[in-house]
Design a protein around this ligand. Structure first.
Ligand SMILES: Nc1nc2c(c(=O)[nH]1)N[C@H]1C(S)=C(S)[C@@H](COP(=O)(O)O)O[C@H]1N2
Ligand SMILES: [Mo]
Length: 227
């Protein structure tokens, strides 16, 4: 039996989860791109997914931990390292001398995650296009998703279509409603530190997440700004 991170429980298989479960996954465009923008880059640009074939392919086997408390084990992800993508496509576009403080990952369903470079550039963070030997399906983030296995699942943006490179806290990306406050993510979201929530200790917030994360996500999705 493997030891799970604090407060996590094993789940069978790998459920589809997220803010918009009552909707089908977004359709995959013919020639998908990842848009690059934000205050830290000189000009906005686009990287076609086809261009990722320039980068070395890599694979990881990792567990996946949702902040609501479920863990799916031994998922095999294939794709490219986000750090390689960053060196190839983001670094050359940066404003001279700028310090990147945050990266905002946006999915085609409008859901975003805000990640610090120290976490996003870790060796085990992938832009994954294959799962368990098959192309990524709609449930799990087609055509490509971020996978950051040591952080809670909400960091791992599915259907990735844009990366905003920021030189200050992207306050406009953090919701301001009451529900956004309640499910406010932690800036680092490290699973083994139980960094579930931005203000409340992970241990205390555990049962709260378990009990009401589903209705909250549902309400957020109805208001079209879930996390
Ligand atoms: N685009 C997008 N990415 C998302 C979400 C979402 O709703 N939309 N939900 C997040 C949450 S909370 C979790 S736990 C995982 C779930 O991934 P899965 O559906 O592949 O299990 O995706 C994350 N990435
Ligand atoms: Mo989650």
């Amino acid at each position: 039996m493997k030891t799970l991170p604090p407060g996590q429980r094993l789940v069978e298989g790998f459920p589809r989860f997220g803010a918009h479960l009552h909707r089908p996954p977004p359709p995959v465009p013919d020639d998908p791109v990842i848009a690059l923008g934000g205050g830290a880059v000189r000009t906005s640009s686009e990287v076609r997914l086809a261009e990722l074939s320039q980068l070395p392919r890599t694979e990881i086997v990792a567990d996946f931990h949702c902040v609501a408390g479920w863990t799916a084990t031994d998922l095999r992800w294939e794709g490219v390292r986000f750090a390689d993508f960053y060196r190839q496509f983001v670094e050359p576009a940066l404003e001279p001398g700028v310090t990147v403080t945050h990266l905002v990952f946006e999915g085609m369903d409008g859901v975003v995650s805000v990640v610090e470079p120290q976490d996003a550039l870790a060796d085990d963070v992938l832009l994954a296009d294959r799962l368990n030997g098959r192309p990524l399906d709609g449930d799990h983030g087609a055509p490509i998703r971020l996978v950051s296995p040591t952080q809670y699942g909400y960091v791992s943006t599915k259907h990735l279509c844009a990366v905003e490179v920021c030189s200050a806290l992207p306050a406009h990306r953090l919701g301001t409603g009451v529900l956004d406050r309640l499910i406010e993510g932690h800036p680092r979201a490290r699973v083994w530190h139980e960094e579930r929530h931005g203000r409340i200790s992970g241990r205390l917030v555990r049962p709260f997440y378990r009990a009401i994360i589903r209705p909250i996500r549902y309400l957020c999705a109805k208001g079209a700004h879930g996390r």
